[in-house]
Design a binder for this molecule. Structure first.
Ligand code: TYD
Length: 206
């Protein structure tokens, strides 16, 4: 196994991109060769799939179609970006990955996490080495997002959907040691310090 694979998860508005930027700068300064990517997207084909998924006009999309589109976008991203980078010993930081599908499609849409992880086996060559979950109550996340530009199809879901997402993430973190939960209401510097210390404690980086 080569390279380091780090994923950042959390509900909409939890501050993932801020932490990814901080981590990228920190690791670059330490001399690591880093690639940052995001899901759904990260390649030309995956970005096209992303547009279909998030299009507000696609109200009729079935839950299974939605899951398969996320998995398709992921398969392309893994083959085109993530796997080659890890093979070259790079550090890959992904804004969302398979756990997003487990929570949004598996738990919030109700398809079941077992089915979601099983389907993803065909798309991903390896699980992340570590996953940070920025934990934030649904109401707070929505409040933060409302200040941003137009909301997409997923963001327009009811509060109960976003509450299931938050609860789903918390239960995944309890079940899997790989997923480290951090309170997203803490100051961003404190969150970042925690991320660095976990990476060191778990000997993922020096
Ligand atoms: P994105 O627009 O990148 O939102 P954010 O900035 O909050 O990360 O993500 C698009 C939406 O797609 C987001 O609401 C979460 C959802 N999503 C899934 O439902 N399943 C998935 O597998 C992934 C990767 C994302």
């Amino acid at each position: 196994m080569s390279g380091i694979f780090i994923t950042m998860e959390g509900p909409d508005g939890s501050g993932k991109s801020t932490q990814i930027e901080l981590l990228k700068d920190y690791l670059s300064e330490k001399g690591y060769d880093i690639i940052v990517t995001r899901e759904p997207g990260g390649t030309q084909i995956s970005e096209k799939i992303r547009q279909i998924i998030l299009d507000k006009e696609n109200e009729k999309m079935s839950d299974m179609t939605e899951l398969m589109l996320y998995v398709a976008a992921r398969a392309q991203l893994v083959d085109e970006v993530i796997k080659p980078a890890l093979d070259k010993n790079q550090v890959v930081i992904s804004d969302r990955f398979v756990d997003s599908s487990a929570v949004y499609q598996g738990i919030a849409r109700g398809l079941g996490t077992k089915l979601v992880y099983e389907m993803n086996q065909y798309a991903i060559s390896r699980m992340p080495d570590i996953t940070f979950l920025l934990d934030l109550d649904a109401k707070e996340g929505i409040k933060r997002k409302k200040h941003q530009a137009a909301l997409d199809r997923l963001e327009l879901e009811k509060l109960s959907f976003h509450e299931k997402v938050v609860e789903g993430y918390r239960s995944l973190a309890q079940e899997q040691d790989r997923i480290v939960l951090i309170d997203a209401t803490l100051p961003k510097e404190t969150i970042f310090e925690r991320i660095i210390s976990v990476l060191q404690e778990r000997k993922i980086m020096k």
